[in-house]
Design a binder for this molecule. Sequence first.
Ligand code: ADP
Length: 859
Amino acid sequence: MTQKPPITERARTSLDLLYTISRELAAQLDLRQLLQRVLQLTLENVGAASGSILVLDEAGRVSEGALAFGGAVHDHTAQQLSDTFDRGLAGWVVEHRQAALVPSTRDDPRWLRRPGEQTDGESRSAISVPLIARDRVVGAVTLVHPQVGYFSEEDLALITAIGDQAGVAVENARLYSAERERRRFASTLQEIARTISSALDPALVFPQVLEQLERVIQFESASIQAIDGDRLRLVAARGFADNEAVLGSTMEIREDVFVGRVLSTRKPIVVDDVQQDAAWIKTDDLPESFLIRGWIGAPLLVRDRAVGVLNVDSHRVGAYGPAEVDVVMAFADHAATAVLNAQLFAESQRQVHAMVALADTARAVSASLNLDVVLHRITEQTRSSLGVESALLWLLDEGNGELQFRAASGPRAEAMAGRRISLEQSIAGWAARTGEAVVVEDAASDARFDGRLDRELGFETRQIACAPIQVQDRILGVLEAINPDRGEFPPDQVDLLRGIAGLAGTAIAHAQLFAETQAARQLYAGLFEDSIDPILITDLGGAITDANDRAESFLGYGREDLLGKLALSLQEPEQEMTPDDLAALQPGQTISYRARAWHADGHSLPIEVHTKRIDIGRQPFLQWILRDISERLELDELRGDLTSMLFHDLRSPLGNIISSLEMLQTSAPKKDEGTHSILSIALRSSRRLSRLVDSLLDVGQLEAGKAVLHKTTAPIRSVIAEAVEEVHAVAENKGHALQFRLPADLPQVEMDVDMIRRVLINLLENAIKYTRAGGKITASARRSKGQITVSVSDTGPGIPAREQQHIFDKFTRIQGEGRAKGLGLGLAFCRLAIEAHGGRLWVESEEGKGSTFSFSLPV
Ligand code: ADP
């Protein structure tokens, strides 16, 4: 026990002390050493045995200090110091900003008593003063002496003086070290951020995080654990006896274990002594787990999700407080950023990979239009892009409800040729039926899997991914990837497969379309070349772009000479044809006309032209078929000549028959009605036959444009009367009422009387024939300026409007139930005959109400 020095000596030493302290304080910026020194000097000079000095941070917590007992300054723990502060004399001093002199600790309630300590134990004396700097209490110095009443008021004054000086020095040192700390911390974090942004592999970043952390926080060991499935895996370690050995070790994630709690609460945990807590797991695999006491566990948070834990371990109890937690959290955030970066990078890497793969596929498949080549390239690309053992392509055979093998890359590919699998009993079939992509990680245990193919081929299918190949909504087939090299399909791999299958769909559709177009083109080319008709192909302006062999020989030009010529310059249409008519043609529409085609040597041939708008590969063209009709026309002419000859030769025998019959009729007894009736029938029929022959001959002549030769001037009235007389009997037989409506002043007309009479008889006979029994037939005539108009009206079935133009054509007859039959020649003759007289023949009719045929002749 030290003896208290005499007062004068003490006053001197006090001055010395103050001087020494102020010198030392000015030089010392290391707070810890400074505190120890202040405490040491104070103890020595006051002659105290024990004491403490502590410093508070800005938040008022004990941040640093020193403890002395037995006359020497010792190592301390923050825990011990904060105890003193919170519950002891120093706390009171700081709180009241006031020095305290305690003569007897036993009697002073401000004195800290440890639990179990006897209040009536040995009493001591104590003195405590606040350290004040810039009007703020930054700490306290407390001295203790075993002797009651040891400290005097002078001591208090001395210590207070020291305290005032020390306060500023301590604050300076604290600020200095805090600043230095901050700077070091900032530069460390910066360095880490640099490391992280330049490295994308967490395996590289984590050890660096730990290395940097060591520069700002003391620890025995530190580690990073990352969530791996349902366990935590140790991915970085520092400071362990064998860092390599602990790497990779895993542990269960449990709520009742510290790390589990860190993950679930996503909040850091700081523990003074983990050994006291059941939530700490000790394992022989990690010998340090028995030694660690102070511990911080900080979560690695990625987008609000805890992905791991940063552990900081100390063998010292109470090694870490809130300040360290903040630091560790900052590092944990950095480590988490590394994880996030790595995830993003891996994601973007995969996306880049997928995009490159798709672009490669697109390039590979679009380079060819040959379907087999395209399909093979698709499987090759699938195999390399997805990294699989084998890739297969099946095309749907809808007729049979099967998938037909088309291409493969990988082992046993050749052995697949010709194989088929059912839609119902295969994974590929399932994809084809549902139109959905599928990944099967264990084929053998999938009900859809058909193992027969494997057995036949000696192959083992473990994992399968299938994607339907489709174009719009139509499924064309299935693309299948088997056995990924990595043992399983990464999550987004099926998207890549779907992407390739999508490209495959388009490529297959193109190749098929191309093949079809090729076939159609070949077929067309065949038809084009082999056609017996000359064919020209022109653009819409009529310039020749192609011609077949027959067109060359028919027109007398070489193909080269034909190209570029206007199709219309090689022909002379009977009707007018302009380039506008061609341009107005709609796709598939045809115009047909007759023309004369000009041969290269100058002669011309009759042709029938069929010009049609066709589209070749989306380009519009005109196809001209020039049908040579010269032979047909020659044949027509020949037939015409033959008929005329025939009819001509019929004429005189017919004339003889008629005159003989007439003679018989006059010579037959008047009373013999039977003979008369038979003779008049025979006579009527013969006359009809004769008229028919005459008309047929006339038609030929008139068509050939021959003029009417036997014109005489005669009264039209008598011609009408004769005609009516001729048909009278037949009309009566059918119960028709035959009427005249003829004005008195009918003129003379210049005409071939026989021909006009035949025209009238024809019109009357038609009226009688087509009108049902009991009808009314009226022959009328009316004179108007410069012409006479003769009409025959009936109450028959009438003529549909659409037929009215055609009935005047040769051999045209209206088909219909209940209609009388005829040759369809009569009206053609009538019109030719009337027109040959410079007149006109027409019909006015309403269906069901009768018809009126009229002709006009000039007078
Ligand atoms: P056909 O020898 O058939 O009578 P036509 O040239 O005289 O030949 O007549 C052509 C067609 O016109 C006939 O088939 C008939 O269908 C129709 N036709 C002619 N006259 C009449 C009429 N008065 N009433 C109704 N249809 C008629």
